[in-house]
Design a protein around this ligand. Structure first.
Ligand code: ATP
Ligand code: MG
Length: 565
């Protein structure tokens, strides 16, 4: 491709409203342009990267035995009603009506469509296992689209769905997909981690996320220093607490005037914060619900929303509701004689001689002890907190460490969550009807472009890993219009690369050398060859790999070998 004729509008300045490096670089290097919030046009350079990513994904999935299909973006409501998700999905699903006033949505995901296809076309155990994928546009009306294509409203996803006869078969398929994702991200030369994850509203039991490690990542991933344990913070657990110490003095009431926070109370009573328990009040299906945590611990909203009777997603009660139900304000709450369902985190339940609010404004209890001064059912002691760095890993091996990650893939064990309500059954060997076990496998194609850049860039631009780079070779021809020597040498090298099947971009624009260098750094193509009059007089050109500190001088005749090596 000749750069003068390519739609490649680079920007010198950083765009004002781009908060992360990848978004800034994608705009500056002319990969994308925004059309509306979270909706983008891909320009030729960006599209080439997408195509390379898709090619790797297709090759690896096909190799793993998955078959490509293409399902519609527009989906009828009836299918979503069968699984109850038409009601459940909420405002992230963009809904519309056709001219006959029938309800449709823009597909945020495709479980219903694939399960419908399966039940129509597949009837015998002999046709299983089946594994189908597509690379398709998704629409999710994200509440906060941000970071460019990283969290967009319209984006491209590879989504795959598997159907197995039994758990053993499914376990094999799931492992194969896990391995396949590992190969895909390894081929893209990414530093990534697979972690245990929460399943969100796709449903099912277990799931794993694949994260590209980058400081700008929205997710915190937790891993053990000494074992394979790795989980999203949403799901991570630490080792259980040590046994509770024995109870000391009798419980008593203390005045805690002007104490607004746990830290204030701890200071006033000269107690370590971990011996002050905090009481959070959330909304439940029948009443408000209290959750008790150690003062130095943080609630994990995802875990808390799974407590029995608690509304999901989690909703905190407001001050008026709390006053009405308990007769005290949020700074003075505690579990003693509280007339609400109470759940305690195991670490809070392991505290002895602790302090907590007295459900009376301006007062706390001290020397409180579980079992002696208050009781809760054993099943109400449930892990609901975020682990902290430095804690012992739950498997007893090593300590927990935190990393930031960008979720680029998510694989789920769906069980029969979709096949059962949609009656996608097959006949088994004995002619009995059997409900297949499903898995689903998502990978964010367009998010991957941003994640790659987030991990692979420096202060001047993108550093494409060769397997996804939009071009392999960038020829910068200085003074191309006026110098016959430069033009001949550049054209010859360009043609030779093309004949050899190397993807090559020739910068023959009439720009100053400084502009060409800056654009080349920004666009980040792996191999760069600079052809200028001065070096050419000696028969030389300059060669630089994107990550080399300096260019090296090479004889013109040798440079092609270097590019094709
Ligand atoms: P997130 O927690 O980031 O919202 P999710 O759990 O909703 O992701 P899935 O439903 O598992 O995502 O979708 C599969 C993949 O699609 C994700 O791993 C991600 O790479 C990509 N993806 C999801 N939402 C978006 C989005 N708004 N913009 C771009 N890519 C997305
Ligand atoms: Mg989401």
């Amino acid at each position: 491709m000749r750069q003068s004729s390519m739609l490649l509008p680079t920007l010198k300045e950083n765009p004002a409203d781009a908060d992360v490096a990848s978004h800034r670089l994608m705009l500056r290097a002319g990969l994308i342009r925004q059309v509306a919030a979270g909706i983008y046009t891909w320009l030729p350079l960006g599209l080439r990267v997408i195509r390379n990513i898709e090619k790797i994904i297709r090759e690896e999935l096909d190799r793993a035995g998955a078959q490509e299909v293409l399902m519609p973006v527009v989906q009828p409501a009836e299918l979503w009603e069968e699984t109850g998700r038409w009601q459940k999905m909420g405002p992230e699903m963009l809904r519309m009506q056709d001219r006959h006033h029938r309800d449709f949505c823009l597909g945020p995901t495709h479980e219903e469509i694939i399960t419908d296809l399966f039940r129509r076309e597949i009837h015998s155990y002999k046709q299983l296992p089946g594994n189908y994928y597509q690379i398709q546009t998704k629409f999710r009306d994200e509440i906060r689209p941000r970071f460019g294509v990283m969290r967009a409203r319209e984006f491209t996803m590879k989504d795959g769905y598997s159907f197995d006869l039994d758990q053993d078969g499914f376990d094999q398929t799931y492992r194969a997909m896990h391995d396949c994702y590992t190969r895909i991200l390894t081929r893209m030369e990414l530093d990534f981690r697979a972690v245990e994850a929460d399943s969100g509203n796709i449903g099912g039991a277990n799931s794993h996320e694949f994260h590209v490690l980058a400081d700008a990542g929205e997710d915190t991933i937790v891993h053990s220093s000494d074992s394979d344990y790795a989980a999203n913070l949403e799901k991570a657990v630490a080792a259980p607490p040590p046994p509770r110490a024995g109870a000391g003095e009798a419980m008593s009431t203390v005045a805690t005037p002007d104490c607004r926070t746990i830290a204030d109370v701890a200071k006033l009573l000269s107690l370590p914060v971990e011996r002050c328990l905090k009481t959070l009040i959330v909304r439940g299906e029948e009443s408000l619900v209290a959750i008790i945590l150690r003062g130095d611990h943080e609630l994990n909203d995802i875990k808390a929303a799974k407590l029995p009777g608690v509304i999901a997603p989690l909703e905190f009660a407001d001050e008026t509701e709390i006053e009405a139900a308990i007769g005290a304000s949020p700074g003075s709450l505690g579990p003693v004689e509280l007339q609400l369902p109470v759940f305690a985190d195991p670490y809070a339940f392991a505290a002895a001689d602790f302090c907590c609010g007295a459900n009376n404004d301006g007062y706390h209890y001290q020397n409180v002890n579980w079992d002696r001064d208050l009781n809760i059912p054993a099943e109400n002691v449930i892990d609901v907190r975020n682990v902290q760095p430095g804690e012992k890993s739950a498997d007893g091996q090593g300590e927990l460490k935190f990393l930031k990650g960008i979720e680029v893939g998510h694989i789920f064990q769906l069980g029969t969550v979709y096949s059962e309500p949609m009656q996608a059954t097959v006949l088994d060997r004995n002619g009995r009807s059997l409900i297949p076990i499903m898995g689903c496998y998502g990978m964010g194609v367009t998010r991957l472009v941003a994640a790659i850049i987030e991990q692979k860039h420096d202060e001047v631009g993108i550093i494409w890993p060769a397997p996804v780079a939009p071009f392999q070779v960038h020829i910068l021809a200085l003074n191309y219009a006026k110098s016959d020597d430069v033009r001949c040498a550049a054209d010859e090298l360009y043609n030779r690369c093309q004949r050899a099947g190397l993807e090559v971009l020739l910068d023959e624009r009439g720009e100053r050398p400084g502009v060409k260098f800056a654009d080349a750094d920004l666009i980040g193509i792996p191999h760069r060859v600079t052809i200028g009059d001065r070096a050419l007089k000696e028969g030389n050109v300059e060669y630089r790999y994107r990550t080399d500190a300096e260019a090296t001088s090479l004889p013109l005749g040798d440079v092609f070998e270097r590019l094709s090596a």
